[in-house]
Design a protein around this ligand. Structure first.
Ligand SMILES: Cc1ncc(COP(=O)(O)O)c(C=O)c1O
Length: 666
């Protein structure tokens, strides 16, 4: 889970600790260009001044209007409380509290102050309006001299409520026992700032930083560069407005002409939001995974009701990661070893099968049912041998497998269950999203799928250990879990002993798995964020289109086996499978050619019977029973699209073409 809200409360630190003083001022103070640094340094030199004095001097030095009046008001109104507060904090003037900002597009800043800050907040708002400092969310000031801990708890509770975040998404950064207690009590993450009075350097209960740069590596917000912000912000706005215009211009050209326009089986459905996000991410120019990727992982996991989501560059990579992760020595006896058997089907997409073979495991093929096109569940138990360790199947074309029965078998024989959910996003089994039943599940964001990032995929799990292993395989096999561009998140970068490496070998270059690099870029994730918003609508449209086609093809049921949803399931179909009955007076190829000639896209059920493909000629596998139905779908099945790009007029045209085919053929 990523941190979304930072709450700062470290006033005393700044004047307590000489070591930190400069760093704190200059790394976090948003106006820290060279001139400002000099001003602040000068004013705060050996300072024992009150907060009021220092703020006033700084703001005056920076030539903000009406400052004197504002600050006079501040003193008049709260003067006594300010003085009292200074005494409360050990006699140290906690200068600058309420003036610290840490904000970028992703992180929201809340300032927490023990002192009433109403006039000060007005000053700060003016600075924001002038573009001198980044926007911030809110300043909290204690209005009376009420209990400090209670006040802070109340603030955290309010943040949770207004931001819709969980406690684990809030980091409270502080230097005193009161902040630590508040973090403990509310359950939010605590990051301590070491100073001379708390002596937290040796405390291991929570991360302690001595340098604000370390904060960056702990929570990964790139430091906000205020200097060029105004210009950049303006330019970004102009560029994104142009993107909006560009999208409108493109949209105006789109028109469906029956018989001329191709009706695709699937495709990208997007508007200006995807384009804007893509350009926005590219302007960040971080390039590799960053703010959009984190947000997507978080939001997508939430959508499916799973704890962890790890983005990767394709659904195929997601499958490879899922199986590879299960070979990790960290899983002890439960790890998959070469020669272990994995139950699957031969009818489907090759990259569900490939990771099994690539990891020197043996696929055991079971036939599928006609109508549902899913694994014949009643055969699974009989197919299990001593070597069977997992079941890895896809929800065929979005139709959920019989999870009740499969989960019982998984439990009984202590097997792993991996769901290839690439074609089934939005499908439910007994009201719960598919992809949330197995130990691991995978998704694809290729343009044909329910939502797209161009290329992209995700691995999902509820298990923290599996999550760490999957991340390791995805990120070169490394042991280290620092975000790109960050160091020493674990605080033990040079103090570990691993394998036969010398003690202290850089953790950044310690590898605990034979991994890959299957990471995603932030540009892809940015598109995904806009798509995720549309997902509920996409799901609805797919279901509606499926229903329409079903209603119409019911007329021709004598010739076709129509799709059948698995019992207790609510599929969000990837496509509409049509099996031409062997006794029909036309072949699958005849109708497919007719449809394609009339500009209607068709697809086969991927690889048909995969073991008949040239790639698998020399592969080791076991077949349980026969693959009669698998062969039948290879010869007789095709499918049509149901995605939301298929509009009513396209459906009308499709019906006409089918009717024409039957008129001509029968
Ligand atoms: C069931 C299934 N699994 C995996 C994949 C692979 O996904 P990707 O194309 O993102 O690699 C696909 C692709 O369509 C698929 O249909």
């Amino acid at each position: 889970m990523s941190i979304k809200v930072l709450v700062f409360d470290f006033d005393g630190t700044i004047v307590d600790s000489n070591e930190l003083k400069d760093k704190a001022y200059f790394e976090l103070f948003p106006l820290a260009d060279k001139k400002t640094k000099e001003i602040i340094r000068e004013i705060s030199k050996g300072s024992r001044k009150t907060r009021y004095q220092i703020i006033k001097e700084i703001l005056l030095a920076l030539k903000f209007e009406n400052i004197e009046k504002e600050t006079e008001n501040h003193v008049q109104k709260y003067g006594e409380v300010v003085e009292k507060d200074i005494v409360d904090s050990g006699g140290v003037p906690n200068a600058f509290e309420g003036l610290w900002f840490f904000h970028n597009n992703k992180y929201i800043l809340y300032l927490l102050s023990g002192t009433p800050l109403e006039p000060l907040s007005q000053v700060v708002e003016k600075l924001v309006a002038k573009g001198k400092i980044p926007a911030f969310k809110k300043i909290y000031g204690r209005v009376d001299n009420s209990d400090e801990r209670l006040f802070k708890e109340q603030v955290i509770t309010e943040i949770i409520k207004t931001e819709g975040v969980s406690t684990k998404e809030i980091a409270l950064i502080g230097d005193g026992p009161s902040e630590r207690d508040v973090a403990l009590k509310t359950g939010c993450i605590f990051i301590g700032i070491s100073n001379e009075s708390n002596n937290w350097k040796t405390n291991n209960d929570f991360p302690v930083i001595t340098d604000f740069k370390e904060l960056q590596s702990l929570i990964n917000p790139p430091l906000f560069l205020i200097k060029n912000m105004k210009k950049e912000k303006q330019l970004r706005k102009e560029i994104l407005n142009k993107v909006r215009e560009f999208y409108q211009a493109r949209k105006q050209k789109e028109k469906f002409i029956p018989g001329e326009s191709y009706i695709n089986y699937s495709g990208r459905v997007y508007d200006e939001k995807e384009m804007i996000n893509l350009v926005d991410a590219s302007l960040d120019f971080w390039l590799t995974a960053d703010r959009y990727a984190k947000q997507f992982e978080n939001d997508f996991a939430k959508f499916l009701g799973i704890k962890y989501c790890l983005l990767t560059n394709s659904g195929s990579s997601a499958n490879l990661l899922a199986i590879s992760a299960l070979t990790s020595p960290e899983l002890g006896k439960k790890r998959l070893k070469p020669g272990d058997e994995i139950i699957t089907v031969a009818c489907g997409f090759p990259t569900t099968l490939n990771p099994i073979i690539q990891n020197n495991l043996i696929p055991v093929f079971i036939d599928i049912e006609l109508g549902t096109y899913n694994i014949q569940v009643e055969k699974i138990e009989k197919a299990i041998s001593k070597k069977t360790k997992a079941i890895f199947v896809a929800h065929t074309l979005g139709n959920p497998i019989n999870l009740d029965k499969i989960l019982k078998i998984v439990k009984k024989y202590n097997l792993w269950l991996i769901e290839d959910n690439c074609d089934a996003l939005g499908s439910k089994y007994k009201g719960q999203y598919t992809g949330s039943f197995g130990h691991i599940s995978t998704c694809s964001f290729f343009p044909a799928h329910h939502i797209t990032m161009g290329e992209g995929g995700a691995v999902l799990t509820d298990d923290l250990k599996l999550k760490k292993i999957i991340a390791s395989f995805r990120d070169w096999g490394r042991d280290c879990w620092c975000e790109p561009g960050h160091d020493n998140t674990c605080k033990k970068r040079f103090s570990r002993k691993s394998g036969k490496l010398p003690f202290g070998y850089d953790h950044k270059y310690i590898y605990s798995h034979i991994g890959y690099n299957l990471k995603i870029t932030d540009m892809q994730a940015a598109i995904g964020i806009a798509q995720l918003e549309k997902l509920p609508l996409f799901i609805k449209k797919r279901k509606e289109n499926f229903k329409e086609i079903y209603k119409f093809l019911k007329l021709y049921e004598n010739y076709f086996v129509l799709p059948q949803a698995e019992k207790d399931s609510q599929p969000c179909w990837f496509g509409f499978p049509i099996l031409v009955k062997p006794e029909a007076p036309f072949s699958r190829n005849e109708i497919v050619n007719y449809l394609e000639d009339n500009k209607i896209a068709t697809r086969m059920l991927f690889g048909g019977n995969l073991i008949k493909q040239p790639a698998y000629e020399n592969t080791k596998y076991r077949i349980f029973g026969s693959l009669k139905n698998t062969d039948l779908i290879m010869n007789n099945l095709f499918w049509l699209g149901v995605y939301s790009g298929i509009t009513k007029e396209k459906l009308n045209y499709l019906t006409k073409v089918f009717n024409k085919f039957f008129k001509e053929k029968l």
